[in-house]
Design a protein. Structure first.
Length: 216
């Protein structure tokens, strides 16, 4: 979030004077934020209000993707290409196995490369990844690549986020990364904890058997 002239990474469970400042601003400006309490805690009510704010009259800012002059990425987590369209064409993203969103970018020579959207956003708006840091989603949602939801941080703090809201977020998902429903007979429980998708497991088994058959 942009507070006091700088981007501040704030997320569920954080507590700081900046949170109280932002709550007061939102209560004054937005009707849906009237019930936010006057505390320093970034609670679930704050997460909901921020999501509403981001969807309300958003002015999208675009910046060049470092190293790829034919592409731009926005603070809302969208990527567009100018390679074949001078007006810019928003790219379709792919959701990979671990849940992150990815796009394919091409250099002037035509060499393609797969890039994670959340990293593109941070690199364009915040800067290169500091040594020893990781890209983190403040709310635990790997598909929410708005700049206000992202930050560079240490692996320790990223693990703290996972412990804080990762399990709850995963349990609230209604679909697997491939779009299969987490319901009824399509769910199995992993030995280490968490849910798995039977449809994806069956497909992985089928591919494995096909590879073994082709080697005979």
């Amino acid at each position: 979030m942009y507070i006091g002239g700088q981007w501040v990474g704030l997320g569920l469970g954080d507590s700081s004077p900046e949170v109280r400042e932002l709550k007061r601003f939102m209560r004054r400006k937005f009707s849906y934020a009237k019930n936010l309490d006057d505390t320093t805690l970034y609670d679930q009510a704050m997460v909901t209000a921020v999501a509403d704010m981001q969807d309300d009259d958003v002015v999208e800012e675009w910046r060049s993707v470092p190293g790829y002059p034919d592409y731009e990425v926005s603070d809302q987590g969208r990527v567009r290409s100018f390679r074949r369209n001078r007006q810019g064409q928003v790219l379709r993203v792919n959701r990979i196995t671990n849940g992150y969103l990815q796009v394919n970018l091409y250099t002037g020579s035509g060499k393609g490369s797969r890039k994670l959207v959340h990293r593109l956003v941070l690199e364009a708006f915040v800067g290169p990844k500091p040594s020893g840091h990781e890209a983190c989603h403040n709310d635990g949602d790997q598909t929410n690549n708005r700049l206000t939801n992202l930050r560079w941080d240490t692996p320790k703090n990223n693990a703290r986020d996972v412990k804080l809201h990762g399990r709850q977020f995963q349990e609230n998902k209604t679909e697997c990364p491939q779009g299969h429903s987490y319901s009824g007979d399509n769910i199995y429980h992993r030995p280490g904890g968490g849910r798995g998708c039977k449809a994806c497991r069956a497909e992985a088994t089928r591919r494995s058997r096909a590879r073994r058959s082709s080697c005979v």
